[in-house]
Write a protein that binds this ligand. Structure first.
Ligand SMILES: [Zn+2]
Length: 236
């Protein structure tokens, strides 16, 4: 089996961009853009976290990696992904990238300590991707601003402003047969709607689930499941 890909992290460090005192930011790929205050705030968080370099998602200069806002109180610093430009509701933010694995292979990787239980992204009843370093740095929120369309497309669930941390609801990818014995994750996202413990898709409150479905932000393989959950729980 191929090892978990962790090499991307080193290569995008080379994309560190010079921050001038004023004016446009120029990336190493030659593109330039005028930073907003919120963008600079996100960049400053990145610099605090990483010393002098600014890290962006490889091939995505509009996504910055920095210390997560939500998890600032955590014992160890946790990275998060921040929008470096505005995203309109429904817009593609990026695609999750990584290698494809079966459920059995994923369990094997987790059991042998090679993979964190919260990291694989379920994209089918029996298929997962092990996200590359960048795709993996997108945190969960119980009240997220992004969702998943189709198989691996991260989209804006609502308008996202420059400087906001980009999050999605991890429960949205987990089939109902992923019981808490298989996967559960304590959550301290701090939002009013925090569920405290994150589990499979059937534990998402129905009104929220309906919002995700209406925004076309439910993974394709789970749309029938969501439709059924909503239909069977309709008030008489
Ligand atoms: Zn939460």
């Amino acid at each position: 089996m191929e090892p978990v890909n962790r090499t991307v992290f080193n290569s995008y460090r080379d994309l560190g961009i010079e921050l001038p005192m004023a004016g446009a930011i120029k990336t190493e790929t030659g593109e330039s853009f005028i930073p907003s205050d919120a963008f600079l705030a996100a960049v400053n968080r990145a610099r605090v976290f990483l010393g002098s370099s600014i890290i962006i998602h490889e091939g995505h200069k509009d996504l910055i990696l920095a210390e997560s806002e939500m998890l600032k109180g955590a014992e160890t610093r946790v990275m998060g992904t921040f929008a470096a430009r505005d995203f309109k509701k429904g817009e593609t933010i990026r695609f999750f990238e990584g290698d494809l694995y079966s459920r059995a292979e994923i369990h094997e990787l987790i059991d042998s300590g090679k993979l964190n239980n919260d990291d694989p992204l379920q994209i089918g009843r029996d298929s997962y991707i092990v996200c590359n370093e960048d795709s993996r740095q997108i945190n969960h929120s119980c009240d997220p601003n992004a969702g998943i369309r189709g198989e691996r497309e991260l989209i804006a669930l609502r308008d996202i402003k420059t400087g906001e941390e980009v999050t999605f609801d991890y429960s949205i990818t987990a089939h109902p047969d992923i019981t808490p014995e298989i996967w559960t994750m304590p959550c301290n996202c701090g939002c009013e709607a925090c569920r405290g413990n994150v589990q499979n898709i059937s534990t998402i409150p129905l009104d929220r689930l309906a919002t995700y479905l209406a925004a076309d932000a439910v993974p394709g393989y789970l749309i029938p499941v969501v439709t059924e959950l909503l239909a069977s729980n309709k008030p008489a």
